[in-house]
Each structure stands twice: as structure tokens, then as C-alpha cells.
Design a binder for this molecule. Structure first.
Ligand SMILES: Cc1ncc(COP(=O)(O)O)c(C=O)c1O
Length: 374
């Protein structure tokens, strides 16, 4: 068919071939060359799935029914609120703080993008302990900011003195602390975080994705006294809502009003707001699940200690890190048995390390049995 009949004129054809001859990458943000597409090695399907730090317990059917009954009464043709005020009010009431201190997002990953957009840009400096949650580095690179990494200690604990020193010497604008930390499982103490945030002019983001499993207490109570502190929470771990996508930031209202500016409007669905409200109203489900996970975590740790060739690390989260002789081989042997874990060997200081979250009793037993035979 002649080009004129397809609606494409000669100019467009020439233009198309001109663009195709050029490297398509030259049309895009040059920072894309420094980041990779997010992938989960081994995929997201397995008989025993322990690779994404999820809860092993789904929301019970009676509660799902309660939630969906309420959800079908909503107007699906109408936009939800610009920001999910119902969900934000429910979470603020649950925490006992004012609603203008909280912001809800479509998973805490979305909130990370929002807060990083509010804080970073070319020429701005971010401090990230290393290793830490990979998304921090990715967004910082995308925003063409300078990254100051502070290595963990050899046993994977935070190096607080080095963080304090780097924050001061490098005059960083933004500090992000995942504590308890993914992928190491280690935490900073309440006092250490207070010291870092209290002695720095930088904005300090404390990602408490795993706080419900921690021996340390949350720094939430510090937001009134520390105007540069933001706390990040997710409903994907202890609250077992990874599939619904709910995250929160908590900060003093003046800071929150600024952080909200780059927020994607209408990003949280009506379903997320209703689910959150109902799950918070039945919070004993969460505390029971957390008690189970902590009990199993300790059992797993002790059993792992008794297996020759495996070095387990103490964890403050719902997952464990082990060092083995050959992580790639162990990963594959487990995968052949239908057990999916995460090979985290690529992270700094974590050579030959594997990560797996606590599963159901039978899942944990099968994992241990298999590890004993390897
Ligand atoms: C430290 C940390 N922060 C944030 C997230 C993201 O959680 P979500 O986007 O599901 O809320 C994760 C997920 O694994 C995490 O490990």
C-alpha cells in the first residue's frame, strides 16, 4: 500500500528512518545506561516460594469476603481521591498521629520514587549504606545524583561511625537507611538513628519495611522532634498485603506537604484503602503471624547453625541470610526441589550468600532437610 494511503507522508518516512538509524538510546535519559531492568532471578513461581520476603499467610477468606463486599459498593467509574485520604486517616488513627503526618502510596516502592524526586537531582548527594535495598541506588542514578556509599562492617552490621563521618565530610543532602536492612537483616538502634538524623542537615529517610520483626523499636516517635526525618512503612511484609500494594511515609506535616508535591495523583485504588482499613481493624491477625514468624526464625537459625558448611547470620527481619561454599550450586539444587530462595551473592560483602524468608512450618522443614543433604 502506498505510504500516502496509510496516512504516512514522505516526511514522516524519512524522519522514521533517520530516527531508526540513530542509536535509539540517544533519544532517552542518558542515566538509563547506568541502570538495569528489575528482575527476580528464578522467577516468581515455585512450590515453596521464599525469595521475596513475603508473608507465608494469605489474608483469610472471611476477611477477603468482607473487603470485596465493601469494594463492590464503590463507584468504579469514579476516580478515587487525589490522595487516599480514607486510607491515610485509618493509618494515622492506628498509629495515634495526625492525618497530615502520613501519606499513602501504591506500595512503598512508589513512595521511594516520590521522596527521591522531592530530594534528589543533578548535583545532589545521597548517602546509602552498602549493601542495601537496590532500588535506592537505581532511583538515585536515574535522577543523576551523586551516591556516597558507606560499606557495612564485615559481619554485615551497620558502620554507624562511618555513616556519621561520611555524612559530615561529604555534606550529603539525603541519607537513606533501610533498618532492619534488606538484604543483610541487620538493624541500627533507635539511638543510632537519632544520632545520625539529629547531627545531620540532610533529609533522613528511615525505611522500616521490616520493623515488625525487629528487636529495635521504631523511630516514628522522633518525627515531631526531628524535622528532617521521614519514616517509610510497607504493608507488604508483616501485614501480608504485597499483592494489594500499600506503602506509607510518615513525617512532620510541614515536610510532608513538600514531599507530597511530586506524588502521582490517584495512585492508590479504592480497593487498597478498604483493604488497609479492614486489616488494621483485625490487627491480631498480624501480631499472630509475626509471633509465628519470629518463633520459626529462631528455630531456623539454630538448626542452620548445626549444619556443617553453612554460616547463618542473626536476623532482625522475616528472612535469614546464610553463607555457603557455592551459592549458585545450592540455589540450583534447592530450585530443582521446588524451593525458591534468593541468591544475594552479587552484593558487596555477601559473596556466596543466599536469602530466604521464613515460610510455613512444612516449608521451613523441607528447606532445612534439603540443606542438610547438600
Ligand atoms: C527495604 C525495603 N523497602 C521497600 C520495599 C518495597 O516494598 P513494597 O513496594 O512492596 O511496599 C522492600 C521490598 O522488598 C524492601 O525490602
Amino acid at each position: 500500500m502506498p505510504a500516502s494511503l496509510t496516512g504516512i507522508n514522505d516526511f514522516q518516512l524519512t524522519h522514521q528512518s533517520f530516527i531508526m538509524q540513530r542509536d535509539i538510546k540517544s533519544l532517552l535519559n542518558p542515566a538509563l545506561q547506568n541502570i538495569a531492568t528489575y528482575k527476580v532471578e528464578g522467577g516468581q513461581q515455585a512450590e515453596i516460594k521464599l525469595n521475596q520476603n513475603e508473608s507465608p499467610f494469605d489474608v483469610p477468606m472471611w476477611l477477603k469476603e468482607e473487603i470485596t463486599t465493601e469494594f463492590i459498593k464503590e463507584s468504579w467509574n469514579r476516580y478515587p481521591d487525589i490522595l487516599p485520604y480514607r486510607g491515610m486517616k485509618a493509618y494515622a488513627d492506628f498509629l495515634g498521629i495526625s492525618a497530615d503526618s502520613v501519606m499513602m502510596s501504591n506500595g512503598s516502592n512508589e513512595m521511594l520514587y516520590t521522596i527521591f524526586l522531592a530530594c534528589l537531582g543533578p548535583g545532589r548527594k545521597i548517602l546509602i549504606p552498602d549493601p542495601s535495598f537496590s532500588l535506592y541506588e537505581k532511583i538515585a542514578l536515574l535522577l543523576q545524583s551523586r551516591i556516597v556509599t558507606v560499606p557495612m562492617l564485615p559481619g554485615l552490621d551497620f558502620d554507624t561511625d562511618a555513616i556519621l563521618k561520611a555524612a559530615r565530610d561529604e555534606q550529603v543532602d539525603f541519607i537513606v537507611l533501610s533498618t532492619p536492612n534488606n538484604p543483610t537483616g541487620k538493624s541500627l538502634s533507635f539511638d543510632e538513628i537519632r544520632l545520625i538524623a539529629g547531627s545531620s542537615d540532610a533529609l533522613v529517610l528511615v525505611d522500616e519495611a521490616y520493623i515488625e520483626f525487629s528487636r529495635q523499636r521504631s523511630v516514628l516517635e522522633l518525627i515531631d522532634g526531628l524535622p528532617n526525618l521521614v519514616v517509610l512503612r510497607t504493608m507488604s511484609k508483616a501485614l501480608a498485603l504485597a499483592g494489594i500494594r500499600i506503602g506509607f511515609a510518615i513525617a512532620n506535616p510541614r515536610l510532608m506537604a513538600e514531599l507530597a508535591k511530586p506524588k502521582i495523583p490517584f495512585a492508590s485504588s479504592r480497593l487498597a484503602e478498604i483493604t488497609l482499613t479492614r486489616v488494621l481493624a483485625n490487627y491480631s491477625l498480624v501480631t499472630d503471624a509475626v509471633s509465628f514468624i519470629l518463633h520459626e526464625r529462631d528455630l531456623l537459625y539454630r538448626e542452620l547453625l548445626s549444619i556443617e558448611g553453612i554460616e547463618p547470620f542473626q536476623s532482625d527481619t522475616n528472612f535469614l541470610i546464610i553463607r555457603v561454599n557455592n551459592a549458585a550450586a545450592v540455589f540450583q539444587s534447592l530450585q530443582r526441589e521446588g524451593i525458591l530462595v534468593r541468591n544475594v551473592s552479587g552484593y558487596n560483602l555477601m559473596d556466596n550468600c543466599l536469602r530466604f524468608n521464613v515460610g510455613l512450618v512444612d516449608e521451613n522443614r523441607r528447606l532445612i532437610e534439603k540443606l542438610r543433604t547438600l
